[in-house]
Design a protein around this ligand. Structure first.
Ligand SMILES: Nc1ncnc2c1ncn2[C@@H]1O[C@H](COP(=O)(O)OP(=O)(O)O)[C@@H](O)[C@H]1O
Ligand SMILES: O=P(O)(O)OC[C@H](O)CO
Length: 498
């Protein structure tokens, strides 16, 4: 009987399940989008129950496609959108409100207050993060403060908190296992990345009861087994990691200095910095990459809040395209963006600006600008933002990358990859499997369950699809970048109260 590793990839806009074989090849895939809820400008929510049912639905579908049963799955690995905050009732298993999504800006003013009180340096030293509404800590506090009765119930031990992998593991084990992995814990702004424990000072400061927090665990170990009612029999859950760290693992960036860039809903550049945390002077985050085999690896991260999501905006809000793939042909229909710049600061700007009050803009319009220019400028914005991150990463580490390994849904776009290489003046390397996020989770679970013996087995699986080489003059590059920098300046602080 063939056995596989089941990777559950719970992303910002869709749930995916992929079954991987020993060569790291996807043998069955199922995917479904779920609802995005925007109750107010700058707010983003998800229904955690919908995430749960959608995720289980795609898992069943992927098994069905190969006529498989639970016996064909050696282990499950989970990877997830990070920071998104769920609070649920321990007894009923029902969330007490919608999940607050990582993109949500509702706690920006409270973060300003924490900064005014001079807490940034201490938080940074402990968690590796800047104080920002992006992370789970202030979202969790918001729920405790604003959902009726939440604080009292949390203090009485009736409520549990989790990021999405915690929620899924808890649900899949029938409410028996309440854990998080170190990589996800390191995105909460409550976790001490040196001691690998919840930080008591921060918990006190934010008035968060420790009893509602999950137990932090390494990223590759047996957390528990699925409730037999879900798949017909128990399957061990053996790996979990935040999606960006998981992609770093899936790209086999096991050595310090190795870098990957993912183009998903957001865009995330991560460098493995080895067994010691490296701190940035320029707005990058220090985060845990994974904990495995008794060691912890750290990473330096540049986070872009809106990358592929800008293409979704073109599709769903502006209705300029019916499918994200079309953006490639539309961009190629014109020779350049005709001076148009799109700054997709829809939920503020992440690294290196960290401006929650920045908002999106289209600049440089002239009478000749058409929809193809707008689409092209949107794709170009994804490359410009990545260029900015690589600049600061080079400054922080003293290392210039030789080539950029890419992945994520939008890395399928050949125009974008070519433009990325042009702007960076570096080769862009796209692997055959651009679903590296889920592959990383599969590897973490497969290593813990003995499906793969060690990292050497996995390294052999990385295969090149295409290399994009720079084909732009330095004058043109300078001109493009100058326009981008000018455009970004225009949007900073836009939504700040006067
Ligand atoms: N060919 C494409 N060109 C540009 N953007 C794309 C393309 N295919 C997908 N995308 C964008 O990539 C994102 C999906 O990538 P994915 O890695 O699945 O994201 P996530 O895991 O965040 O849900 C969407 O925002 C979509 O608009
Ligand atoms: O959904 P993605 O793949 O853009 O990832 C979201 C990140 O984990 C947010 O930190």
């Amino acid at each position: 009987m063939n056995t596989y590793i089941m990777a559950l990839d719970q992303g910002t806009t869709s749930c995916r399940c992929i079954l991987y074989d020993r060569q790291g090849r996807p043998v069955s895939t199922a995917q479904k989008e779920f609802r995005q809820i925007y109750p107010h400008a700058g707010w983003v929510e998800h229904d955690a129950m919908e995430i749960w049912s959608t995720q289980m639905g795609v898992a069943q579908e992927a098994l069905l496609k190969i006529n498989g049963t639970w016996k064909n799955v050696q282990a499950i690995g989970i990877t997830n959108q990070r920071e998104t905050t769920v609070v649920w009732d321990k007894k009923t298993g029902e969330p007490i409100c919608n999940a607050i999504v990582w993109q949500c800006r509702r706690t920006a003013e409270y973060c300003d207050e924490l900064k005014r009180r001079g807490l940034e340096a201490a938080f940074r030293e402990k968690t590796g993060l800047l104080i920002d509404a992006y992370f789970s800590a202030t979202k969790l506090r918001w729920i405790l403060e604003n959902v009726e009765g939440a604080r009292k119930r949390a203090e009485a031990g009736e409520l549990l908190f989790g990021t999405i992998e915690t929620w899924l593991i808890w649900k899949m084990t029938g409410g028996r296992v309440h854990v998080t992995d170190y990589s996800n814990a390191s995105r909460t702004m409550l976790f001490n990345i040196r001691t690998l424990a919840w930080d008591e000072d921060i918990l006190r400061e934010l008035e968060i009861p420790a009893c509602m927090l999950p137990e932090p665990r390494p990223s590759s170990e047996i957390y528990g087994r699925t409730d037999p009612n879900i798949f017909g029999g128990p399957i061990p859950i053996c790996g979990a990691a935040g999606d960006q760290q998981s992609a770093l693992f899936g790209q086999t960036c096991f050595e310090a200095g190795e870098v990957k860039n993912t183009y998903g809903t957001g865009g995330f550049l991560l460098m493995n910095t080895g067994e010691h945390p490296v701190f940035s002077e320029n707005g990058l985050l220090t985060t845990i990459a994974w904990g495995i085999d008794g060691t912890v690896n750290y990473a330096l991260e540049g986070s872009i809040f809106v990358s592929g999501a800008a293409v979704q905006w073109l599709r769903d809000e502006l209705e300029l395209l019916s499918d994200s793939d079309q953006s490639e042909q539309m961009a190629e229909r014109v020779a350049d963006s005709n001076g148009v710049y799109v700054v997709p600061a829809f939920v503020g700007l992440g690294a290196p600006y960290w401006d929650p009050y920045a908002r999106g803009a289209v600049l440089g319009l002239t009478r000749g600008a058409n929809k193809n220019h707008l689409v092209r400028a949107t794709l170009e914005s994804m490359a410009y933002q990545t260029w900015e991150l690589l600049q600061v990463m080079a400054r922080d580490t003293g290392q210039q990358i030789v080539a950029l390994k890419v992945d994520g849904g939008a890395s399928a776009n050949n125009f974008l990859m070519q433009f990325q290489s042009d702007i960076l003046d570096r080769p862009v390397l796209r692997p055959k499997c651009i679903e590296t996020t889920s592959l990383g989770a599969a590897y973490l679970a497969g290593l813990a369950s003995g499906y793969w013996k060690g990292r050497a087995d996995i390294l052999e699986n990385w295969q090149m699809d295409r290399t994009f080489k720079s084909n732009m003059t330095s004058e043109k590059r300078e001109q493009c970048l100058k326009g981008w920098k000018k455009a970004v300046k225009c949007v900073l602080g836009w939504a700040k109260r006067e």
